[in-house]
Every structure is written in structure tokens, then in C-alpha cells.
Design a protein around this ligand. Structure first.
Ligand code: AMP
Ligand code: GLY
Length: 426
């Protein structure tokens, strides 16, 4: 098979790495890819949003299967466009991917199909939103409706912060049209977990649980980022809780989407807050998580291509996934300044020392290859990922690895996995 993977992050590096292990796959292209991906796939200089160009490429190269990493091409309808031309592509349709692309759409589905989530109200003008916030007696979260690359959520501790968030979305237009509609949500408290499932539109199959580290600084301080590290499994998700989330969140959502005439075939990622009243959905994503995928795929023993082909054939009930029981931890190395401004084109040293290490994987995000060197090219640069017999050993492996790598202004969190350690030691 010839496979095309779309995207350029460490998630896509992990996907390409896993897909390359399938005996069914003879050739992998990645558009646009990155420095690390270029070592195992042929990178093609087409952006993930350039749907028509991607289509032309897939047709010209007679691609057998396209796997979409990021949300933007899904929301632009890449799946519908490829399928209309008879091309096999894995991901939800444009209408189904609204579960991620519109927070209001997702909330309405949750409300209709009784999926537990925070209470919410929707606003299309500033005055009404301000009035609601001023009358509320509890902490609130302000969210832009549309896709904002993970930046459209303000968890506010007081009214001043709420007013600032509402002003910046409606008045300063910081998110453009993605902020034309604003959702105000009750603030939930608890631990977060990422629950990723694959669906064929009807059946679901679970990936291992995981936990992200959203904030830039240790101890969950500072602004939200795309994710600074992850581990799998997440001990906070007990077996019972896993079943509860599957039965109360994932299955009703998949069935609801089917009833709405928008069957969801692809990756359904539920960001869950585990509150003292049970699990509640924070958000849905219509794709694999980043960096969660980097901590999940090294544990997956089953061929990912087999899973995807089963999903596309509507036969996910026929596959049983096999997992490595060990734990996996991914630490993200970023460029100083991220998620704000940062410099690029810094030479990365130490990668060669890690290439032969057992149970250690370096997934590239913002890197480019120049001759035999790798240079930084983004906010998140690398994900150093370690497997271990338990979470402590996985943390040690990943930190030992990341300490071998250096570049100007390299930053990473020093506490990835700390919550998992605390959970298993109680
Ligand atoms: P989202 O993109 O909706 O998942 O939001 C990004 C992050 O904001 C989440 O991972 C949470 O850390 C936080 N968040 C979102 N909604 C809420 C909420 N209702 N209560 C508390 N924190 C939230
Ligand atoms: N790690 C969060 C996300 O992929 O949206």
C-alpha cells in the first residue's frame, strides 16, 4: 500500500513511525512532514490545508490510503472531497468533524444525547455575554466557538478576567470569525484525562487512556499550550471509569451522530474532567491528540493500518487491540517563548546519541533537516518518549533522553508524569 499522512507535528511523526511498521505498507508520503519524518517517509511540500493540491497529489501517486492528522483539513471537508473522487481516507466528514470545529455544535449534541458536560450558555453579542457573566455567582470558562489552535479557551478566576476574555473575543476580534459566537461554561474541577476512541460510525474501539500537560510551566502554571507532555495509561482512569466514559460519553455521542445523519468515522477524542460528580466532557476533538498520540502508539501492538482499514470497512467490532502493558511518557521540548514568540533555525545537538537507545523514541514536531543537521522550526520542537515497566521508569527514561539534547533556548517541563506518580502512591 501507498499511504499519505497529512500534517507536520510530532503526532504525525508518531503516526508515520507506527504505519511504517505495517507489513501492508510499501511507501509513505507525508504532507508537509518535518525533519524527523523525512527520515522514514517522503515529505511533500504541500500544506495540510491545501486540499485541492493534496487531492491532485493523491490521485497522481495513486495513494491507497490517506490518514489525516490535524483538525483544519477535516473541518475544510478533505474527507468528503477525497471520498467523492473514490479515494480511501481516514477521518470524519466535514459535518461530523463539527464535533471539534464548533464547540456549540458539540454541546448541543451532548445536551440532546445526555452526555455529561458542564452547563453552558451561548452568546452572539458582547453585552448579553457580559450581563450573564456579571450575574453568575461561580467561576466561568469563556470559549470561542470555532477552531483557535487550542487558544480559544479562557479559564477565568474572577469577573475581571471574564470581562477581559469577552472583550478580547467580541471587541478585539482576537479569533476572527471563530469568535463570532461565544460559549460561557461552568468551571469544572478535577483531574483531566484524554480518552481516544476509533469509530467506524457505529462500533467503537478504545485506545489506551492518557493525560496531557496543557500549561507551559511546571505545576500547571502559565498559559495553555498545544500540550507539553503526556503519559499513558492515565492511572486516574480506573477500569470502571474507563467503561463509564465509554458507555456514558463515547457510545451516546457516536449513536447521536448516527441519528443526526452524520455518522462519525475516525478518531473521537474526548477531553474529560473527572469531577466528584463523575466524568464530564470538556471538549471533543475529531483527531488524534498531540502529544497524547506519542505516548499511546509506542504501547499499541496491533497494526494501526489494520485498525484503520477495519474502521473504513465498518468492521471495528471484528478487531481486538493488543497493548504493551508498560507505561509511556512523552516530554515535549519547546522553543523558549512558546506559546508566544520564539526564535527558529537553532541547531539541535545530541539527537544522534539517542537513535540507538532501546525504549526511547524522539518524535519531531517543529524541525527541519539541513544537510545532516536538524534545526528548530516551531514552538514545539521534539517529543522525547520513553517506555518503562512502570511510570517511574518511563519518566526516568524520557528525562535521561531529553537531557542529551540541546539547542539555544530549549525549554521543557520538569514535572511530566508527576500526577501519575502521586496517584499510584496513594
Ligand atoms: P478545551 O479546548 O475546551 O478542552 O479547553 C482547553 C483546556 O481548558 C482544557 O483542557 C481544560 O484545562 C480547560 N477547560 C476547558 N473547559 C473547562 C471547564 N468547563 N472547566 C474547567 N476547565 C476547563
Ligand atoms: N493535546 C491536546 C490536543 O491534542 O488537543
Amino acid at each position: 500500500m501507498k499511504v499519505l499522512v497529512i500534517g507536520s507535528g510530532a503526532r504525525e511523526h508518531a503516526l508515520v513511525w507506527k504505519i511504517a511498521q505495517s507489513p501492508k505498507v510499501k511507501k509513505i508520503f507525508c504532507a508537509p512532514g518535518n525533519g524527523g519524518i523525512s527520515q522514514i517517509a517522503e515529505c511533500v511540500a504541500i500544506k495540510a490545508e491545501a486540499i485541492e493540491q493534496l487531492l491532485e497529489f493523491a490521485q497522481a501517486k495513486q495513494i491507497d490510503l490517506t490518514v489525516v492528522g490535524p483538525e483544519v483539513p477535516l473541518s475544510l471537508g478533505i474527507v468528503d472531497i477525497f471520498q467523492a473522487k473514490g479515494l480511501k481516507i481516514f477521518g470524519p466528514s466535514k459535518s461530523a468533524s463539527a464535533l471539534e470545529a464548533s464547540k456549540v455544535f458539540a454541546k448541543n449534541i451532548m445536551k440532546k444525547y445526555k452526555v455529561p458536560t458542564a452547563d453552558f450558555a451561548v452568546f452572539t453579542n458582547k453585552e448579553a455575554a457580559l450581563k450573564y457573566a456579571r450575574n453568575a455567582k461561580r467561576p466561568l470558562v469563556i470559549k470561542a466557538d470555532g477552531l483557535c489552535a487550542g487558544k480559544g479557551v479562557f479559564v477565568c478566576s474572577d469577573l475581571a478576567e471574564q470581562e477581559k476574555a469577552i472583550q478580547s473575543i467580541f471587541q478585539d476580534n482576537v479569533f476572527g470569525t471563530a469568535g463570532n459566537t461565544v460559549m460561557i461554561e461552568e468551571c469544572l474541577f478535577g483531574q483531566e484525562a484524554s480518552m481516544i476512541f476509533i469509530s467506524d460510525g457505529d462500533n467503537v474501539c478504545a485506545m489506551a487512556s492518557s493525560q496531557d500537560h496543557k500549561r507551559i510551566f511546571d505545576d500547571d502554571k502559565g498559559p495553555n499550550t498545544g500540550g507539553m507532555g503526556a503519559y499513558s495509561p492515565a492511572p486516574v482512569v480506573s477500569e470502571d471509569l474507563f467503561e463509564q466514559i465509554k458507555n456514558e460519553v463515547i457510545i451516546p455521542t457516536i449513536q447521536g451522530m448516527q441519528q443526526e445523519g452524520m455518522p462519525f468515522c475516525g478518531v473521537l477524542y474526548a477531553g474529560i474532567m473527572i469531577t466528584d460528580k463523575g466524568p464530564k466532557v470538556l471538549e471533543f476533538n475529531a483527531r488524534f491528540g498531540d502529544p497524547e498520540t506519542q505516548a499511546i502508539l509506542p504501547r499499541l501492538k496491533t497494526d494501526l493500518i489494520d485498525i484503520i482499514l477495519c474502521a473504513l470497512a465498518g468492521k471495528l467490532d471484528e478487531i481486538e487491540l493488543e497493548w504493551d502493558k508498560r507505561c509511556c511518557v512523552c516530554i515535549v521540548a519547546a522553543s523558549g517563548g512558546y506559546p508566544g514568540d520564539y526564535v527558529k533555525n537553532r541547531k539541535i545537538s545530541g539527537l544522534d546519541k539517542l537513535s540507538q537507545e532501546k525504549d526511547l523514541f524522539v518524535f519531531h514536531a517543529g524541525t527541519i533537516k539541513q544537510g545532516s543537521d536538524f534545526l528548530t522550526a516551531g514552538g514545539r520542537v521534539l517529543g522525547v518518549t520513553g517506555l518503562g515497566k512502570d511510570i517511574r521508569q518511563a519518566i526516568d527514561t524520557a528525562y535521561k533522553g531529553i537531557k542529551q539534547i540541546s539547542y539555544d533556548n530549549m525549554v521543557y517541563r520538569k514535572d511530566i508524569g508527576k500526577k501519575a506518580l502521586a496517584k499510584i502512591s496513594v
